[in-house]
Design a protein around this ligand. Structure first.
Ligand code: CU
Length: 91
């Protein structure tokens, strides 16, 4: 029974009860002027489950807090890429 539940969670059928708020830092090297962070922030804010976004032009990164039951890091990087700013996860 436990294995079945784990399998359902892995396949995304069941939302895990332990889903939580996560924070990820995305490196966005292509940001080059004051308008870029605005565009990036707007793109990220449209992703469901995103709670908080802090974009830094000097650091060329974005710190995103999101609900991992509603979205994924892949969806976040996809959103910035679609806006014209490819990003990678900083570790
Ligand atoms: Cu710009």
């Amino acid at each position: 029974m436990k294995n079945l539940l784990a399998a359902l969670v892995l396949t995304g059928v069941v939302t895990p009860a332990w889903a939580a708020t996560r924070t990820v830092t995305l490196a966005i090297p292509s940001m080059h002027c004051a308008l870029c962070p605005v565009t990036v922030k707007e793109a990220l804010s449209k992703v469901p489950g995103v709670r908080k976004i802090e974009v830094s032009l000097p650091k060329k990164d974005a710190v995103v807090t999101f609900d991992d039951a509603k979205t994924t890091v892949a969806a976040l990087t996809q959103a910035t890429r679609n806006a014209g700013y490819p990003s990678t996860v900083e570790r």
